[in-house]
Each structure stands twice: as C-alpha cells, then as structure tokens.
Design a protein around this ligand. Structure first.
Ligand SMILES: Cc1cc2nc3c(=O)[nH]c(=O)nc-3n(C[C@H](O)[C@H](O)[C@H](O)COP(=O)(O)OP(=O)(O)OC[C@H]3O[C@@H](n4cnc5c(N)ncnc54)[C@H](O)[C@@H]3O)c2cc1C
Ligand SMILES: NC(=O)c1ccc[n+]([C@@H]2O[C@H](COP(=O)([O-])OP(=O)(O)OC[C@H]3O[C@@H](n4cnc5c(N)ncnc54)[C@H](O)[C@@H]3O)[C@@H](O)[C@H]2O)c1
Length: 460
C-alpha cells in the first residue's frame, strides 16, 4: 500500500478557478496539490474563449476587407490563409498557457501533478502512481462537448470545439449541428473565412434561451452573410458520403438532408464528473452529472467544494472565476460571498455581438412583475451608423414598482462592452433614474442607453 502525500488542499482541474485558488491558498501559507490531466488553463484558454475569439478577430478582418468598398477603401481580391489564422490563434493560446504555467511554477508550496485524478476516498485522490491526501478538496474539472447517441454519429468523423482548433484548411462546406453559442460563433467565422456553411438546429429558432426578437435578428444577420439555416430539424442523423458527410435534417419538409465536407457538433456540454470516482468520496451529483453545491459552493461533503462548469451554476469563464472568488472569500477573508449575489451576464460573439445582463423579456413577463421596456434599433444609434454596422438593437427592462433594471440585451456593434453600463447599475441596485440622468460620451453606443431609459413604456 502506498503512503499518501499530505496537502492542506487538493485542487482537481486547472481551469479558471483552480489556479487563482491555488494562488490565494499558498499565499495564506497552505500546501496545495494542483492536478491537471491535459492542458493548464482548461477549456477557456485552450479550446474555448481565447482561441475562438482570436479566430473571430481574423474573421472580422476578412469581413472588413471584403466590405472595404462600402467605406471608400478599395481592396483587391481578399484571400484567407487558414494556416496563418491558426498560427495566430495558436500563439495567443500558447502565450496565455505559458503565462499561467509560470505563475503556477512560482507559487510557493504548490505542486502541479500531471495526470487524470480520481477519488479513492473522501480525503484521498489518486493521480497515476501518486496517492494524495487533502484536508480540503476543490473540484474544478469543467466540461466537454456532449455527443448524444444520434443515429449514425458513430459511423462518421465529426469535429467538436476541441478538434476545430486543429483545422488549418478551409472546409468546402461546414455543417454545424447546434444553433446556439458555440455553433453560431464557428458558423459565422468559417463563413467569413470563405466556407459554405449550413447550421442545423433541432429547435424552431436559434439561441432559444434568448428572446424571440434577438433570435430573429441574429438569424437575419447570419442569413445576410450567406449562412444557410435549417431550423426545426427534428430528425438529425448522419451517414458517410463520398463528398464528406450527409446530415439528415427533416422528416417532413424541405430537402431532407444536407451534405457537407465536414460536420461540427455543437450541441451542448457535459460535466467531466463521470470518471472522477465521486462515489468513493460520497459527493452527490444531479441527474445530468453536475455536482450539487450550496450557495457557497460546498458539496454535500463538508470538506469538498466544486467550482466552475462542473457545478452547473454557470457555464462561463467569468462565472468559474467568480466561483473561485466566492470560495476564497468564505475561507480566507471571513466574507460570506455567495452565488446568488451574481447577476447572470454573458456575451455571444457573433458579429455584431450580443451582450446580455439579467432577465430576458420572456423571463420578466413570467415573473409576474409590472415591467417597463425600452428599445432602439442600431439604425438609430449614431456610432453604429458612422461605423456602417447598423444591425441589431438594444432593449432594457425595468421593474415598474422598484424602478430597478431587470435585464438588458444589446445586440449590436460593441454590445459586449456596452452591456456593462447596465450591469454595473444592476449591481448597484440603482433606480432607472440614475441611468436617465447619466451623461454618456458622444459618439458611443452607450450614449443611447439614457435615451432608452427615458422612453420606457409598459410591456404590452
Ligand atoms: C468553444 C467555446 C467557446 C467559449 N467561449 C466563451 C466565452 O467567450 N466567454 C465565456 O465566458 N465562456 C466561454 N466558454 C465557456 C468557458 O470556456 C467555460 O465556462 C470555462 O472554461 C469553464 O471553466 P472551468 O474552470 O469550470 O473548467 P475548464 O476550463 O474546462 O477546466 C477544467 C480543467 O480540468 C481538467 N480536468 C478534468 N477532469 C480532470 C481530472 N479527473 N483530473 C485532472 N484534471 C481534470 C481539464 O483537463 C481542464 O483543464 C466557451 C466554451 C467553449 C467550448
Ligand atoms: N460567448 C460565450 O460566452 C460562449 C461561447 C460558446 C460557448 N459558451 C458556453 O458553452 C456552452 C455550450 O454551448 P453550446 O452552444 O454547445 O450549447 P447550448 O446548450 O447553448 O446549445 C445546444 C444547442 O444544441 C441543440 N441540441 C441539443 N441537443 C441536441 C440533439 N440531441 N440533437 C440536435 N441538436 C441538439 C439545442 O437545441 C441547442 O440549440 C454554453 O452554454 C455557454 O455557456 C459560451
């Protein structure tokens, strides 16, 4: 029997919450074992946010070059060098990962173990030949692409967000299954790189968590760029084809199948909890495998916490990082921060981007509150007109009784940044009058937020 190495804390997974927590714990004098089975930095750094947003930037450059004539700028024929696009993406990713690795290496009393970790008992974790004992254990294992058992899926070669990172060529025709956050970002960027792109979505509209007017506007933006959309695809199936892969789409109407050279599956994520040996530690999960945690991210086992995507309380880098802040505040700062203090916020990086904070209109209506709403199309935002980027709109929702902002959607140029003007007021619990009287800078997209706030009307 091997003797376990003892640590004050074991952190499983080196994603968005693990490394900063290791930093805080070691700075407080604790010994930490940090375990990573693949790449330090996890999804965001290696196969998620960072590489995709870097590629979105290349796609934007191609788009601007193609539309240069509209700005009076003549460009000769635009070509995209996919190897250069990938090299640029790789550099951003590798630099980021290297920065993280050197930060971890500099942490006193932090040992980085490389390998797959699993529980052998409530305090025992095994990584390869090493058995570790932790007084406290923090799980930060993230998630991976969900590949449901769809007809034919095992007979074809498909891409996921991870294998997309190796693509250094232009697919002739990319079929993206899943019309949500991951699918739409890849769909638009590859269309802009020059591929034919079809999005296949089983639901009746894109990004179904958003309001219908947002889905509809995003649909228009993508179709305008020549992306084919197949919604209501209730009979998705796959088969090999001499030209690539045939994706069965519909059982009732339209072309029943679409044949592409490559298929990307972007149909949700699942937590990396099935191979962790959680039962040996007695840690409870829900039916979908997410680790159950309380408002301060403690599992049902008092010395074990779960942070980031694996706890199902968020699915974003900023929510994973906030999980670290909550755990650290409670353990080290005597500050009882909690998840329920967090306001939902995120962006979808199609171009123009969608910035979101708080409730959708659908959720606000369902809440039973009296709701005031204000809206403005980007065609009536000077900054958008000047930039020649007038697609989309802004919408703000306010509680008529408390006068506080319930939520906002900004689909338009700079929407990912503009939304923060609203988000910060929500955190401040400021009444809408604060926004009405704020003097914003001209010419910006944000300068129209006070105008919208002044023009609020009751929801019909
Ligand atoms: C294509 C794509 C684009 C995205 N874009 C954005 C975006 O623009 N903005 C945003 O906020 N979010 C975005 N996300 C979501 C974001 O990447 C995740 O929410 C975030 O990375 C979650 O962080 P985490 O720390 O929970 O997990 P992860 O970053 O997934 O890290 C978990 C780590 O644990 C390791 N691990 C797992 N199991 C074990 C084990 N048993 N032993 C040892 N190590 C293990 C994994 O290898 C991984 O390194 C995107 C996701 C994808 C897929
Ligand atoms: N900009 C960002 O912040 C960003 C970008 C990408 C991803 N992410 C994160 O990654 C998560 C996952 O994104 P996603 O787009 O993969 O998933 P998602 O859960 O948002 O959407 C999944 C899509 O696949 C469809 N679908 C589900 N099951 C299916 C099936 N069996 N067959 C066919 N279609 C099916 C759904 O109708 C839906 O449109 C998001 O929730 C988000 O948190 C964030």
């Amino acid at each position: 029997m091997s003797v376990a190495q003892k640590f004050d804390a074991i952190i499983i997974g080196c994603g968005q919450a693990g490394p900063p927590l290791a930093g805080r714990l070691t700075a407080a004098g604790q010994t930490v074992a940090l375990i990573e089975r693949k790449l330090v930095g996890g999804t965001c750094v290696n196969t998620g946010c960072k590489p995709t947003k870097t590629m979105v930037a290349s796609a934007y450059a191609a788009h601007l070059a193609r539309t240069g004539a509209e700005y009076g700028v003549s460009t000769s024929e635009v070509s995209v060098d996919m190897q250069a696009v990938k090299a640029r993406k790789d550099k951003v990713t590798v630099d980021s990962r290297a920065g993280l690795e050197s930060w971890i290496a500099g942490m006193k009393d932090c040992t980085l173990f490389r390998g797959h970790a699993h529980f052998e008992g409530p305090h025992e974790v095994r990584v390869g030949n090493e058995l570790l004992h932790g007084e406290r254990i923090f799980i930060n294992v993230g998630g991976r692409a969900n590949i449901p058992d769809m007809p034919g899926v095992n007979d074809i070669e498909y891409l996921t967000n991870t294998s997309m990172m190796e693509v250094d060529f232009l697919p002739r025709h990319l079929v993206v299954v899943g019309g949500s956050y991951i699918g739409l970002e890849f769909a638009q960027m590859f269309r802009r790189f020059g591929a034919q792109v079809t999005v296949v979505e089983k639901g009746p509209r894109l990004i179904s968590r958003e309001d219908e007017d947002v889905s509809e506007s995003v649909r228009g933006i993508l179709e305008h760029e020549g992306i084919a959309l197949r919604l209501n695809a209730e009979c998705i199936s796959f088969a090999r084809h001499p030209d690539g892969v045939t994706v069965g789409v519909d059982c009732t109407s339209g072309d029943r199948a679409v044949t592409g050279s490559h298929v990307l599956l972007a149909i949700g994520r699942k937590p990396n909890t099935d191979d962790l040996g959680l039962d040996r530690a007695g840690v409870a999960t829900d039916k979908r495998g997410y680790i159950e945690v309380d408002d301060q991210l403690r599992t049902n086992v008092p010395h074990i916490w779960a942070m980031g995507d694996c706890n199902g309380k968020g699915a974003f880098t900023h929510t994973a990082y906030n999980d670290f802040e909550i755990v650290a505040a409670n353990l080290l700062d005597n500050d009882p921060r909690k998840v329920s203090d967090r306001i939902e916020a995120y962006a979808l990086y199609v171009d123009p981007p969608l910035g979101r904070a708080g409730m959708t209109e659908t959720a606000a209506r369902k809440s039973g509150r009296k709701v005031l709403a204000g809206q403005r199309p980007m065609t009536r935002v000077g900054r958008a007109v000047e930039k020649g980027e007038t697609q989309g709109f802004m919408k703000i929702l306010v509680d008529a009784d408390t006068r506080q902002i319930l939520g906002a959607s900004v689909l338009g140029t700079g929407g990912d940044e503009t939304i923060h003007a609203v988000l910060d007021l929500m955190y401040a619990r400021a009444p809408i009058e604060t926004l009405q009287r704020a003097v914003h800078i001209h010419p910006t997209v944000s300068e129209l937020l006070p105008t919208i706030a002044i023009e609020l009307k009751p929801l019909a």
